[in-house]
Design a binder for this molecule. Structure first.
Ligand SMILES: Cc1cc2nc3c(=O)[nH]c(=O)nc-3n(C[C@H](O)[C@H](O)[C@H](O)COP(=O)(O)OP(=O)(O)OC[C@H]3O[C@@H](n4cnc5c(N)ncnc54)[C@H](O)[C@@H]3O)c2cc1C
Length: 503
């Protein structure tokens, strides 16, 4: 069967947040939009499971910068906060260390100052660091985020050479942290803000120290009932704006003109072809180039040197028959040697023996996600993406899971393993199979000063007119607000092209 094309028709491959955002922005500009999603629900990594009275966010559990989502909702005549039941979370994070030290991150400067002093970190260091982070955030926002800059030459044109020193370009993120904090506790905590993009603080450029501003200035949010509430609201908005959603529609090929210079359509696993001149791929750039454009492996290997995947994760969900009140909603249990953790995962590409753990106890804020008096915990150590030269067996993943549970039991939750009544584990293979991400990456492309200086792939294909990319492997990178922003910026690129002419 052949579907008719229309000049203002855009086909989107994948209904992750980036694809949905592009779909909504284009529909709001009057385009006819069809989305083809291989799974049976929208949201991509924004996903969930429910079992035995426990509900777990399988993907994102921290919402930041809801104002970015609100831009699209406002254009549609509504408000994000009216469509999604949002609340702020206190403390933002609770940080546990092996020596028994516990430090909360709190947006109230007085509370934060008291936490710092208690841990031996002068409160003025926190103020000084957050000032530095705020200045970086303002610079990164006005060009890289808001203008959707895609390359070093875009940067030069926008900021001018004289603007570069404002990005603290000569340092890594860790150096930016270590120069401003005295204690190992605060160095480890602020280094680990790099978790938002699944990279190493020892390899990321210093301007990634903009990340704490996202939380400290703009707060940290939860969606009552679970994060999937965002996808439900986006689904309603797509229906209202007439976006055509095709679930269980696996795209197998992007069809090009004979010279590869223009998009002709796409082919689905069912054999159906869709004729169209504009395609936005929410499947990551390298998997799209491999599976849908069939580029040679040599070329893909060259691309991958710059666009190396961010880390993957072992996603452990456990239902408990009791609650641990010492856990906050969001918790980090730090590695005894975080530098070694980063090096093991990001340079040696091996399973870490003592990873920093992210532990979510959403029932602390939302009693509907677990049976009364019980906790459901999501535990996420960052681990390497899949590499053929570093194969990992299922037994090794399960041994890591046992080690992680033993550490959590030792440092935070006594007798934890005796109280587990439900367990669900996803490995990088599951993540790759479910979402098609490169090597099971959970945050798209790695942020690495020495590989890409933090740049991801550009939004428009440099070779093929009408072919665009959106999502965690594209600038400005991963995380719910960033991929949503990316979708808005891709749509703006298409609209500007059609208004001003050009490819
Ligand atoms: C465990 C985990 C924890 C995370 N924690 C956070 C967090 O706390 N806060 C935060 O902001 N972010 C977090 N993230 C990151 C965030 O989830 C992602 O950056 C974001 O959701 C990715 O969106 P995306 O648009 O890149 O697309 P994806 O979510 O990757 O969606 C791509 C879509 O394309 C579909 N697709 C793939 N191939 C095809 C094909 N051939 N045909 C049709 N459809 C196809 C997939 O099925 C999928 O639906 C987390 C991610 C994970 C996995």
């Amino acid at each position: 069967m052949m579907t008719e094309s229309k000049s203002n028709h855009v086909a989107i491959i994948g209904a992750g947040l980036g694809g949905i955002s592009a779909a909504l922005s284009l529909a709001l500009e009057g385009y006819r939009v069809s989305v083809y999603e291989k799974n049976d629900r929208i949201g991509g990594k924004l996903n969930w499971i429910e079992a035995q009275g426990y509900r777990f966010d399988l993907g994102p559990s921290i919402l930041t910068l809801p104002a970015i989502f609100n831009r699209t909702f406002r254009k549609a005549g509504t408000r994000f906060e009216d469509e999604v039941p949002l609340c702020t979370v206190r403390p933002h994070w609770r940080n546990f260390f092996e020596d028994g030290t516990v430090i909360d991150l709190h947006p109230d400067p007085d509370v934060m100052a008291a936490e710092a002093e208690r841990a031996g970190e002068p409160a003025r260091n926190v103020h000084r660091f957050l000032d530095y982070a705020g200045r970086l955030f303002d610079e990164v926002s006005r060009g890289y985020f808001d203008e959707g800059l895609d390359s070093a030459s875009d940067f030069r044109a926008f900021y001018g050479l004289s603007g570069f020193p404002k990005f603290d370009l000569l340092h890594t993120m860790h150096q930016g942290v270590a120069r401003r904090f005295k204690t190992a506790y605060f160095r480890d905590i602020f280094d680990f803000f790099i978790k938002y993009v699944g990279s190493s603080a020892y390899r990321a450029p210093a301007f990634m120290n903009c990340l704490p501003t996202i939380q400290f200035r703009h707060d940290l949010w939860y969606v009552r009932g679970g994060m999937y509430g965002i996808a439900l609201a986006l689904g309603r908005l797509m229906d209202r704006l007439g976006v055509e959603m095709h679930l269980q529609s696996d795209v197998q090929e992007i069809m090009l003109s004979d010279d590869g210079g223009a998009v002709r359509g796409l082919r689905l696993a069912s054999g159906e072809t869709v004729v169209c001149e504009n395609i936005v791929s929410n499947l990551e750039v390298i998997p799209a180039c491999r599976r849908l454009l069939h580029l040679p492996e040599r070329e893909l290997a060259r691309m991958q040197r710059r666009l190396e995947p961010a880390c993957s994760g072992l996603v452990i969900d456990i239902g408990l028959d009791r609650a641990y009140e010492n856990l906050a909603h969001h918790n980090f249990v730090f590695s005894g040697n975080q530098k070694n953790h980063f090096r093991t995962v990001f340079q040696r590409h091996e399973l870490p023996s003592d990873p920093t753990l992210y532990v979510v106890a959403a029932s602390r804020t939302d009693p509907t996600v677990a049976p009364e008096g019980c906790d459901g915990l999501k535990i996420l150590p960052h681990i390497p993406y899949l590499r053929p030269d570093r194969p990992v067996t299922q037994e090794q993943y399960m041994a890591l899971k046992d080690m992680v549970l033993a550490k959590l039991e030792r440092v935070v939750c006594p007798d934890l393993r005796r109280h587990i009544v439900y367990e669900h584990v996803w490995t990088p293979e599951d993540i790759e199979r479910q979402y098609g991400s490169n090597g099971g990456s959970i945050y798209g492309v790695v942020t690495d000063r020495f590989r890409n200086f933090g740049f991801k792939a550009p939004k428009a294909s440099p070779h093929t007119a009408g072919l665009y990319f959106v999502g965690g492997s594209v600038n400005p990178g991963a995380g719910m607000p960033m991929v949503f922003l990316c979708g808005q910026n891709v749509a703006r690129k298409i609209v500007t092209r059609d208004r001003d002419g050009g490819t």
